[in-house]
Design a protein around this ligand. Sequence first.
Ligand code: 5RP
Length: 236
Amino acid sequence: MNDAEGLKKIAGEAACEFVKSGMRVGLGTGSTVKYTVLELARRIQEEGLQIVGVPTSIATENLARENGVPLVELGSLDGLDIVIDGTDEFDPNFQLIKGGGAALLREKIVAQQSAAMVVVADARKQVECLGAFGIPIEITPFACDVTVSRLETLLKCNVQLRKNGSEYILTDNGNCIADAHTGPNILDPLATEATILNIAGVVQVGLFNNMCDAVVLASKDGVKTLMNPAGRLKRA
Ligand code: 5RP
C-alpha cells in the first residue's frame, strides 16, 4: 500500500469511532470511505456491531453487500443517525466539493436525511478556498449541451461534460455529469450553489454547504478530527 492509500485507510477506519451499535448509517462513496465500510464490516463480524447501512451508490451497495453490512432503503427509515463520506475539497468553514466519483446526488439526499455528517479525507483535500477541483454538476441528458453553455455563461468558466471516448458518462441515476472549472475562487459557496441550482437542466451540484460536522483528516503527522464549531456533533 503506497503512502496516499495508507492515509485513506487511516482516515476511513478512524471515522468508525463515531459509529455505535443501533445506529442507522449512511455509507458514502469513494476510495477513502471504502475503508470505513470495510472496518464497519469487520466490527459487525468480529465485535457484534449492530447497524443498518444506506449506500450512496451502486458501487458502495455492492461493496457493503459483499462484506456483510446489512442494508436498508432510505425511505424505510425515519432518518439516519450519521453519514460518513469522502470529499474532494473542504474549506475552513467545512464547506465541501463532492462528486468526483459522480455519486453527488445520492450522497446529498442521504446527507440531508442524516443527523450528522462525518467526512473522511487526506491532507490533499484541505484547501483555503474551494474550486481548484472542478465543481461536479449532475444534469439531465436532455439538452445537456444547452445546460452546459448556460452554466459557462453564468459561471464564466469552462464546463466539461464527462465522457468515455465519444459517450457521455452517466451517473447511477442515468444523468450526465459535468465539471465546472472555476479555479480556487469560490468565495461564497452558498451563492454559487444557488446560482447553479437555478438552471432548469441541473439536477444537483456537488457543493455541500453547511452539512459537514467533522472531518477525520489523515496526514503524514497522523490522524486528527476537526470538529466544526457550528456543527451538530460532539467528539466521538
Ligand atoms: C463521490 C465523492 C467522493 O466522496 C469524493 O470524490 C472523494 O473520493 P475519494 O475518497 O476517492 O478521493 O464525492 O461522488
